[in-house]
Structures are given as structure tokens and as C-alpha cells.
Design a protein around this ligand. Sequence first.
Ligand SMILES: *Cc1c(COP(=O)(O)O)cnc(C)c1O
Length: 406
Amino acid sequence: MTIEWDAGRLDSDLLDAGFDTLAVRAGQRRGPEAEHGEALFLTSSYVFRSAADAAACFAGEAPGNVYSRYMNPTVRTFEERIAALEGAEQAVGTASGMAAILSTVMSLCSAGDHILVSRSVFGATVTLFEKYFKRFGIEVDYVTLADIAGWQAACKPNTRLFFVESPSNPLAELVDIAALADVAKGQEALLVVDNCFCTPALQKPLALGADVVIHSATKYIDGQGRCLGGVVAGRREHMQEVVGFLRTAGPTLSPFNAWVFLKGLETLKLRMNAHCASAQSLAEWLECQPGIDKVYYAGLPSHPQHELAKRQQSGFGAVLSFELKGGREAAWRFIDATRLLSITANLGDAKSTITHPATTTHGRLSVEAREAAGIREGLIRIAVGLEDVEDLRADLQRGLEAVANS
Ligand SMILES: *Cc1c(COP(=O)(O)O)cnc(C)c1O
């Protein structure tokens, strides 16, 4: 049996396909057995028909698989599907979301380069920039996410890359991606957006002017908390650099995990719509409860960037946070009174989660740094899953009652 990797018949049929069709079909190849083109190729290596075939593949003169650190058909299907969904020329799978960030910076930056990072990024991302990239001669400075003038002011002649997450975790701040892309272009810097919280179902950073998009596929792309993985997407010239790093250094995506993510992508839009609807309903309800000072969710008209969120995203996401009167004691009592929500910092799962950022995800920050980031002791974050929203509301009600009765 031969697999016509470059037949591409279905792909050309998909040129005008909508998001949901691409999420189910993009990257699929037709053939007697490849009709189920998402077959799992759980192999490290490949055989060739002849010595000459092997030589041509190794030399890169003929398409073909050489070794799964280089390429794997299941991983490739996943990469093509993500590229189609993000509107990218190419996508590259990685072992985790962190491996995606590592590979991007390792392949696109060098010692002596200056990188600007938004202050409110994932904890391990900060550690990667602070502890490791700095050690190799990369300069790193931090900027307030929404402050476009601040980004401009922080630029230096050697600024090569901007790194942001929008919306941010846990306070749901946004940056105007198109405006920031303009600043980056003026500096000849690349704008990299970690699109983990929105996924391409809700936000397409490349269409807004970003150069590179990054995902932790571990979250909504999987959607059911099974596998670790990541992906980088963007222009071919940049992705070829990322591929070169991955092939050499090896933080590549497992074919099994890619196969799970392909299944996850088939339901991505349905899931994101359901996550968003429940998050919206809970945010509106929470905002009316006594005992709650403030709710942070871009779907609320009270959110200072609600209009930007409507313009830039097609949904507001599933992560929201709220501030309880009564500080840490109240927050912990609230969390401990819930029975349905999982007490964990994970997100992107069908199961809703609840966490106290000041003592978990942001626990390693100094008190001053936490205060500056707006993460107070009374803050609780929830990542809304796919349970019945009435049951989630009842669970949050238990938390509120426990605090009110204390
Ligand atoms: C989880 C997460 C990451 C890291 O992804 P892993 O798959 O856990 O390595 C990076 N960025 C954001 C926004 C995340 O939520």
C-alpha cells in the first residue's frame, strides 16, 4: 500500500470550507486506507523501497518519512489541520505548550536579542524567560499587556520579539492585537501570541497581524485533559526554523498525542461555544451576588475592554475570576465548600476547575509582584467546563453560603 501524502485532493476541495469542516477534515488524505487518514502511526522509524529511495528521502529531495523526530504522518495531519484553522502557512507540533515556546525562541532569537513579554503570562513561561533564556544572553523586559504606548516605549534597537497572552490569566485583560502588531512591525520585531485561552475557534491572531501563534494543545485542543502537547503556527520561513530546531533538539509531538488532539479538534467549536455560554451565564450571575466585589470576564459589559473583546474575539472564553470580600480566608472557605468543581489549576477540560491564584498559580511571586499584577488574596479563578450550568451555579452558591455563614 502506498500513501499518497501529496495527493492533497481533499485539501484543495477544502479551500472554501468553513471552520467546522476544517476542524473535522483538514489534513486528511484520501486513499484506500488513508480515508481514515487520522490513523495512528505509532512508529519511530520508516522503511524505504530501495537504497535510492532512502537516499532521496534523507537528502530531502523526495517527500517521505525518515524518522519520527523528523516527521510522522499522524503529527503531520494534526499540523495541517491547525494551520488550516489558524490561517497559517505552516504549523509545527511540539511535545507540550512549553516546548512550543522554547522552540519558537530558540529558533527565532539569538544571544544579544531583546524580548518584550507581557507581565501576565503563564508561570512557567516567565521562568523560561527569566531563568533560562537570560542565561544564554537574551535580554528580557516585561510590559503591561494592554498598554500599547508602554510596548513602544520599552523597545530597544535589538528588540526582536514580543510575547503575549490575550486574554490574560486570571484577570481576563486583553491587548489590541492589531495595534500591537503595528508597533512590532515598526520595530522589525515578531509578535508571538499564545492563543491557548481562545483557540482558533474564538480568535485568529495571524489575521489580526501577529506573526506566530502558540498553543498548549494540552488545554482546549485536547479538551478532555488526556495528553500533553503544543503547536506553533505562522509563516513558512519562520516555521522552517522551528522545524530545524525540533528535528535537532527533539521536543517533538508524540504521534499518539497528535491523534488524540485530532479527535479533540473535531469538537473544538462545539465545546468552545458551550464553555463560553456557561461562563457568560455564571459571570452574569456572580456579578449580582452580595459578597462578591468584582467579576473579571470580558463578556460582561462592565469589563473595561468589552468592546475590544467583541471586535477581536468571536467568544469570550471559559476562564473567569472574581474577588470575594474577606480575603484569603473567605476564598479558601468558598473553594472548600464546593463539591462539583475540581480544586486544581488546570483548565481546558470538560470538568470545571476552581483555584486560588494567590497561593497556587501565582504563589511564587512576591507579595508586591502579585499586588502589582492585581492578584489579591480574595481572588478565585474558575475554568468553566461542560457540566450543566445549573449544577455549576448551585456549586458556586454553596461556596457563597459557606462564606456568608462564617
Ligand atoms: C498550560 C499553558 C502553557 C503550557 O502548556 P503545557 O502544555 O502545560 O506545557 C502555556 N501557556 C498557557 C497560556 C497555558 O495555559
